[in-house]
Design a protein around this ligand. Sequence first.
Ligand code: SF4
Length: 294
Amino acid sequence: MNAINHNTKISWMVAMANLYGLKADVTNPLRGCTPLGKGCLNCWAADVAARRACQSNPKVQERYGGLTAKNLNGNSVFNGSSKVLKRDFKRISGKPRAWFHNSEGDTWFEQHYRNDIDELIGRAALRPNDIHVFLTKRFEEMSDYFVCLPDRIYEWDCHSILDSWDGKPLSNFLLGVSVWDQKSADAARPFMQKLAKLGWRVWVSYEPALDQVDWTGWEFLSWLVTGCHSATQPLPHERDWERAARDFCQANNIPFFDKQIIIKGKKIHIPKLDNITWDQVPEMSQKSLPENEQ
Ligand code: SF4
């Protein structure tokens, strides 16, 4: 089979898409965010938005303009504005793909309208042959959203786009949370566990890993991805933090993906850890895909 021409370089998305013979892609209909703490230091998405907002192309300006400001250190940060680009919803179409939704923001950012989140989730739910990956730092909002969904889905503004989904767990969705230290992990765990108990597949992005985490209690995970910070200014980082995450995953049969480390200012993608490359991805169940659909 020819190599697939993916629409993203995010290594864990590419690895998952390759395994299932799908094209990896991203959507960004819900734009804007606001930093939530240490885990948002050096927000890559804000940096991208600030740079692209300066481009002369009016379509690019429309997508990225007005979303960022400079902080006291001169870094770009999201300024709390939100916008929705309706036409980006329509990208969720065509042949089956592995999607990372709102890769340049946070779907559960408080300023996004729930109707717009509904439209994103509904359009994803309509596509059982895709894989749909979500990632948030707003674990409470995401958890509440999916816990309440079966009770309110029939009142959705956009419910006409769905025939029969009752808002219950879908096996081709992966709901993720970003954590960066013990405190953030402890705060997120009960909410993610609640989703897992309902039957949703949940995962963790431990990136940027800023301190060691004791993962006891996270046995319900379907995937754990880790990566050290990629800031230009070095932040403390110890390889033992990844070892602890890997050992926990191995002991509990959870796929483990080690995304990156920085050595002497240079980023190493999918590095070896104790002489082994850790690029495991979860088993997903889409409906069976016809041959050559990607
Ligand atoms: S939640 Fe994500 S997108 Fe939002 S500011 Fe933090 S790192 Fe950036």
